[in-house]
Design a protein around this ligand. Structure first.
Ligand code: HEM
Length: 232
């Protein structure tokens, strides 16, 4: 196209300087020639404001647009069962692995390791109480109004008097200045009769405090109070 214009201009008769160049209306120029010459501005550029062809005539967009487009009326293709992806297998409980390796790192959802370890010293052991001899049964016995003291009135008990009551059928013991008849409580003691009989006929305050100071002895044996420990 450019070479054609040049040859055309040179073939024209020379003009005088007085000649007024005429403005030629040019239509948008589309570079459809086979040659690779391009027009980018310069004297040969089109002088009007017509936009270039868009998309370009040889663009991929125009090529794609030549394909038949789907109309709105076209129904979507329904896939058959064979064409669909098969569903995942149903997880069976039997195939689940229970031996999941434990993750010990922080933030893990794994069950933390058990802290229920047996105590280092197995000195204090509870015994199996006979049926009907649980803590509630003892509480019910105390409320029953049954005489658990074995005495008519509260006594002043000396250590010598205390020493005389040291059999299973007649056991007294002193705890923190108070003397109790421990015989009724023997079958209810969670630590067993044998342990409790260790303090029969004597002051058991020290042993009691060493064993289970948190036990509310005064409340548990209030119905068994015999008297108060006094010096000889
Ligand atoms: C008459 C006074 C006593 C009362 C009222 C009494 C009461 C109790 C109670 C309520 C328990 C259960 C504690 C618990 O579950 O935490 C217990 C346990 C026990 N008591 Fe006594 N006790 C007495 C005296 C003694 C004495 C003098 C000994 C002697 C060595 C003793 C040895 C034990 C032992 C070994 C246990 C079981 C272990 C344990 O609870 O961990 N108790 N006693």
């Amino acid at each position: 196209m450019t070479s054609f214009l040049r040859s055309w201009l040179s073939s024209q008769a020379p003009t005088t300087s007085a000649d007024v160049p005429s403005i030629v209306e040019a239509s948008p120029v589309l570079n459809t020639d086979d040659d690779d010459e391009t027009v980018h501005g310069g004297d040969d550029a089109p002088t009007d404001d017509a936009p270039p062809a868009f998309p370009s005539l040889n663009s991929a967009q125009r090529v794609g647009a030549s394909k038949p487009a789907r109309t709105d009326n076209a129904l979507p293709r329904v896939l058959t069962d064979a064409q669909l992806m098969p569903p995942p297998p149903v997880p069976s409980l039997a195939s689940r692995s229970l031996g999941v390796p434990a993750v010990s790192g922080a933030g893990s959802l794994a069950v933390p390791p058990s802290t229920h370890k047996p105590p280092a010293s197995a000195k204090r052991l509870k015994v199996a109480l006979a049926p009907g001899h649980g803590p509630l049964d003892w509480a019910n016995l105390k409320r029953s109004g049954q005489d658990l003291r074995g005495v008519d009135t509260l006594l002043r008990v000396t250590p010598a008097m205390l020493k005389e009551h040291r059999t299973r059928e007649d056991a007294w013991s002193a705890f923190n200045g108070k003397v109790y008849n421990i015989t009724p409580y023997l079958p209810y003691h969670p630590g067993g009769e044998k342990e409790l009989m260790r303090v029969a006929g004597r002051d058991g305050s020290k042993l009691f405090a060493l064993t289970h100071a948190w036990v509310n002895l005064d409340y548990m044996l209030d119905a068994c109070l015999v008297g108060f420990l006094v010096p000889e």
